[in-house]
Design a protein. Structure first.
Length: 335
């Protein structure tokens, strides 16, 4: 099979499409023929060697979907031919957090596309337990969004979700707009987004947000917002967002910030205004709900702006780093 392999992260020429032996399923694994796999910020960190858990040489790609083509001897489902989305997360099941039902905080983390080969390949072996059935009539673009949407669903589940509240989201990229779409379905009175990329703001307006601006001050909402979500990880955005939370409101840290950076805020204001500050990390009991939301008709396909074959991976990475387009998918079967 053909696969995108990272041998020595951070070094020129260490990432290339090459031939690898077709994977064989273990007793409780299946082999999936990958139809699409999303490119995300985690992959950028993997290419740069910035994830300590990663094991090289590695085939990255954790936002994958496809069809099962082989099953291990102990697998009772899914069957060969099944269309599936793959939850890449593989909590250990034995650490403190796994035992209290918080597997997304697992202390012995492993994942498809991070600690074992992932979806930037024609074929990939994954645990059968990680596979979720997809409707055959779900568009391929939507199928490839299940994993990031499941992250947004978990973020939404962390929020109070009171109907009639006003939301402010920092970041008009894929994750910010997924969150905007979800909070609208949860009964938001209004959803506004902030971004510095004018193209993304223009798309956000066409996607149905109430306002898309480069400066939240232009929104004129002096009492603030009941819910503010950071989907950027940018310190300046986080600090500004914290200042926009209304008394009794909630701030959700959804974007991935640089672990070496710190944000400044007023502890007195958090106390005096009873502001809740919440974090949301990855996926937690949200994969099936994400599929159900898509199957019920939530149309997120406009979020997919680019589809590249494996040979177009470098171009896809360059576009991602330039902030061009929106969600970029890699289709390994595409010539």
């Amino acid at each position: 099979m053909r696969a995108l392999v990272v041998t020595e992260p951070g070094k020129p020429g260490s990432t290339a499409v090459t031939e690898l032996p077709d994977p064989e399923p273990g007793p409780r694994e299946v082999v999936v023929r990958v139809t699409s796999c999303g490119l995300c910020g985690t992959d950028m960190h993997l290419l740069g060697g910035e994830l300590p858990a990663a094991r090289y040489p590695l085939v990255p790609g954790h936002e994958l979907t496809g069809r099962v083509v082989a099953v291990g001897e102990a697998v009772t489902g899914p069957a060969v031919g099944a269309r599936v989305a793959v939850d890449p997360n593989m909590p250990c099941g034995a650490c403190h957090y796994c035992r209290i039902g918080r597997g997304n905080l697992c202390e012995d983390y492993s994942a498809v596309g991070v600690t074992r080969n992932g979806g930037f390949a024609e074929l990939v072996a994954v645990p059968a337990s990680c596979c979720y059935a997809l409707p055959d009539d779900l568009p391929e673009a939507a199928a490839g969004l299940v994993e990031p949407l499941s992250c947004a669903v978990h973020g939404l589940n962390r929020l109070p979700r009171r109907p009639g509240e006003h939301y402010l989201i920092y970041g008009a990229g894929t994750m910010g707009l997924m969150m905007a779409a979800l909070v609208r379905t949860a009964g938001a009175a209004s959803v506004s987004v902030v971004d510095l990329n004018e193209d993304r703001l223009a798309f956000a307006e066409s996607f149905g947000v109430d306002a898309a601006v480069t400066d939240a001050g232009r929104l004129g909402r002096t009492p603030g917002f009941e819910v503010v979500v950071d989907a950027t990880g940018v310190i300046a955005a986080i600090e500004d967002g914290l200042s926009r939370v209304r008394r009794g409101g909630t701030f959700l840290q959804f974007g991935v910030a640089d672990p070496a950076r710190a944000a400044s805020f007023s502890p007195y204001r958090v106390y005096h205004h009873e502001i809740d500050i919440i974090g949301s990390m990855a996926v937690h009991n949200s994969f099936q709900p994400a599929i159900d939301v898509l199957a019920a008709g939530l149309d997120l396909t406009p979020l997919v702006s680019d589809v590249h074959g494996l040979d177009g991976f470098d171009e896809a990475v360059n576009r991602f780093r330039a902030g061009a387009g929106r969600k970029i998918h890699i289709a390994p079967q595409q010539g």
